[in-house]
Design a protein around this ligand. Structure first.
Ligand code: ATP
Length: 273
């Protein structure tokens, strides 16, 4: 679905953000696009949404060049930006005017997700809190049934119950022909939701692996004492240390935060998919 090769992009001529970006992705996945503040996650989503034009390289998504912004592409891609402005109108009239732009829009799904998020059709979007607006946009995104959903920091502004609800709603509302890319620096928010991690760092894709391939080879433990040589990466945790080790027969759940910290601290993990 996504084929990016040797892509370069810069906001200013003095410093490029991406110089040789390569990324291939198939449908049927929920990708966590991770990276430190300023790493370029939002920019990458905007490039995919056709809102920014790369300087060089190839970016083909569903056989389209995003920046050409052809209607046949835009009707199958939905981007929820981190910051947005939204019409001051009722949910009902927003749906009447915006849903027809998406041929596969599912009004039944919209009703259900609004219900899950405790939003009502007669509510005025202009009078909602930031978190409520965000939940509305997530509900709208899921209901478009677009093949590519780009969600930039979707859990920002969501309270703790809404974050849990977000994970539940996302997990139940997608089909195998869709690809979802969720950008976040709050890695715990996408725990148990994503099935692949793509990490951007220093203007390139530093890591692009499925969660299964990580847990097949590596394990994540909490230990009270560190034994030199037993671990690949460690950090202090309450009561001891969290350590990333080779698997050695013991399967553990992924500690996404520890993995993120290990990768951004230069630890190389050898994973062949
Ligand atoms: N419109 C713009 N003009 C110039 N520079 C920009 C613009 N937008 C972003 N940048 C710069 O590009 C870099 C990447 O920004 P981007 O917003 O893509 O990062 P991010 O990984 O999404 O960060 P965060 O986690 O803080 O949201 C940053 O150094 C930022 O200052």
């Amino acid at each position: 679905m996504i084929n990016i090769q040797k892509l370069s992009f810069c906001y200013s001529k003095r410093k490029s953000l991406y110089e040789d970006l390569n990324l291939e992705s198939k449908a049927g996945s929920i990708i966590g696009l991770l990276g430190k503040n300023g790493a370029g996650k939002s920019t990458l989503l905007k490039l995919m949404a056709g809102l920014l034009k790369p300087q060089n390289g190839k970016m083909l998504i569903m056989d389209h060049v995003p920046f050409q912004r052809k209607p046949s592409y835009l009707q199958d891609v939905y981007f929820v930006p981190e910051e947005f402005s939204i019409a001051s109108t009722s949910i009902k009239s927003y749906l009447q005017s915006m849903a027809p732009l998406y041929p596969n829009f599912d009004h039944g799904k919209m009703k259900q997700v609004l219900l899950d998020f405790k939003l009502e059709e007669n509510q005025n979007l202009g009078k909602m809190s930031y978190g409520q607006k965000k939940k509305f946009l997530i509900a709208f995104a899921l209901s478009t049934n677009c093949k590519l959903l780009l969600l930039d920091e979707p859990t920002n502004g969501l309270d703790i119950p809404s974050k849990a609800l977000f994970r539940k709603v996302m997990a139940g509302a997608l089909s195998d022909d869709q690809l979802v890319i969720i950008s976040t620096h709050q890695v715990k928010d996408v725990d148990n939701l994503i099935d692949r991690i793509v990490l951007v760092d220093d203007g390139r894709i530093k890591f692009n692996k499925s969660i299964i391939s990580v847990t097949e080879k590596y394990a994540f433990h909490t230990v009270s004492e560190l034994n030199e040589g037993d671990f690949l990466y460690s950090e202090v945790a309450p009561g001891g240390y969290r350590v990333l080790t080779s698997k050695n027969g013991v399967e553990t759940p992924l500690d996404i935060e520890l993995l993120f910290n290990a990768l951004t601290n230069g630890i190389n993990l050898e994973i062949h998919e």
